[in-house]
Ligand binder design. Sequence first.
Ligand code: URA
Length: 248
Amino acid sequence: MGPLRNAYLDALGIDRWVRRDAPVEIASIPQSVTASQVTPPVTRSAPPAVARFEPMAPTADWNTLRERIAACTACDLCKTRTQTVFGVGNTNAEWLIIGEAPGAEEDRQGEPFVGRAGQLLNAMLLAVGLPREQVFIANVLKCRPPGNRDPRPEEVSRCLPFLSNQIALLKPKIILVVGRIAAQTLLATDAPLARLRSKVHAFGEPATPLVITYHPAYLLRTPADKRKAWEDLKLARTTYLRVAAGNA
Ligand code: URA
């Protein structure tokens, strides 16, 4: 483990001691993901308890999409927002990070994950060698739910076409989803997060690999689970390397 990665793990608040027989270095992880870690593409026969995600072809380019989102009045969140939060990052990124919804600081600044949870997300990404500027970060909802309450199903279903359009434009090689609500939305399931982690899901038509981990706000409240989040990040990194090498 290099000193730089050690520093990132320290920043994440993860103890670095490891058993001799269980190294956690990324370089030591097998490059292939076992079949049991891969779930088939989501089937949509049973209606989920949450809003369904419908992957679609892009109907707008980045600029048009940005304007449409900024002008959106499709749900009541437009009445309480300071501004919409489009998403941030490299529009050629190979990694897409998807969170739930803007919080107070994001609503103020117009950028996702800029509060304390955002700082931890940055540290999590750096731990797998990804500066924030190298990825694209978006949320399921583009407007802040008042008081940071959970998104309502009708808000999610009105907003999802925007995220769908972003995914279609970006064509990421891997999607990392943080938190239960975004995970359940993307996979159209009401399964608990514990059942959705630790495996590689296939998202949409090109079967983009999708890995789920804890929301950084949850990790701030429950630091004991940071080690499990580290395992998720390593799975995402391994999967990305495999896809990038053309071995998907
Ligand atoms: N939590 C999220 O899910 N997204 C943000 O942008 C900020 C906090």
